[in-house]
Ligand binder design. Sequence first.
Ligand SMILES: *Cc1c(COP(=O)(O)O)cnc(C)c1O
Length: 425
Amino acid sequence: MELGQLTTDEAIAFENKYGAHNYHPLPVVLDRGEGVYVWDVEGKKYFDFLSAYSAVNQGHCHPRIVDAMVEQAKRLTLTSRAFFNSRLGEYEKFVTEYFSFDKVLPMNSGAEAVETAIKIARKYGYEKMGVTPDRAKIIVANDNFHGRTTTIVSFSNDQDARKNFGPYTPGFESIAYNDLDALSNAVKEENVVAFLVEPIQGEAGVNTPADDYIQKAKAVCAENNVLFIADEIQTGIARTGALLAVCGNCSCEGHCERQAATYTRPDLLILGKALSGGAYPVSAVLADDEIMNVIKPGEHGSTFGGNPIAAAVAIAALEVVKDEKLAQNARRLGEIFRAEMSKLADELSIVKLVRGRGLLNAVLINDTEDSSTAWDICVKLMENGLLAKPTHGNIIRFAPPLVMTEEQLMECIAIIKSTIAEFEK
Ligand SMILES: *Cc1c(COP(=O)(O)O)cnc(C)c1O
């Protein structure tokens, strides 16, 4: 049997038999991707409206990113950090200038970068803030999603994510999202070192806070000498119509002086997913010297973190975002998408509302939380050539690659409208 020659049914049967059942995928087996499109093993073409949870913002198999990866793979793939490598310094200069921070700590997966930020914040708390030894506390938000490690699931309130994975890591307190009073109270408690938050909660169903929440939350943290940590693994890199969601309404692709009135500067910025355009696992924590310098040799690391392929791929991925003006495109197409979906919500009772920013949006289905309507709609969308995935509680997230054109978007909106209309009772 030749590799990659399985039929849909065979490929699914193999995954079911030989793979752990830690996901519940739609029954489609993808084999090829290009830009906003993916093709299944039978050759059927689809619009991708998940973009691998916003990792593929630059579109599938972007030639510049793939070329950078292949070229570097032929030259040098991994040295470990026991030695310097010829690409890492160049990448570190590039990425820190791109996001206007003094330093970067490179990792691979998003969860690793979140763990890294937690470690830096705790260490900074003990060494610079006078926090009582072993008592550091980090405030998080209800319904957060920050990854899957034992520590991270310890402060999740999603029962699927945490049940039977205890004992849980102490040192976290969860408060209501989008609630500044709750934050003001929490940061006044003893030994609080940081507030860790997503500017929009993607996995929770594109839970979008008040426009000024992030800016005011940072101000509350600053007044109380608490670090503000933004997890932009899903919202960052142009997804929400700005280079970062914390940029607010500035869509300059990251080369302004970051003086926009709406820009909220995190003390620690966590990136992943689209940092590589989906080509390779690349994540990062960015911070200024004062904070990053608490980490010294031997205190943190990763065999693959900062490897030459990751460095080359991330530079190419970030150049594509700037050169192709992806933030501006996401902003413009996002407005069209939400306007059209709002019309649909007015016309159909099955659609409750649409929410989101840029091209990170969700349509809420008007049905009981535990019904399978959103799933059934996604299966029908798949049959009609568009791939989207339901999230908790009858919500469908729509997040296409940011290289989409307006013409393609209108074609997709037509598919979504006619498919959802079939479910109107
Ligand atoms: C996906 C995601 C993570 C985890 O990233 P992995 O690469 O899956 O470990 C963390 N935070 C947010 C907001 C995410 O969307």
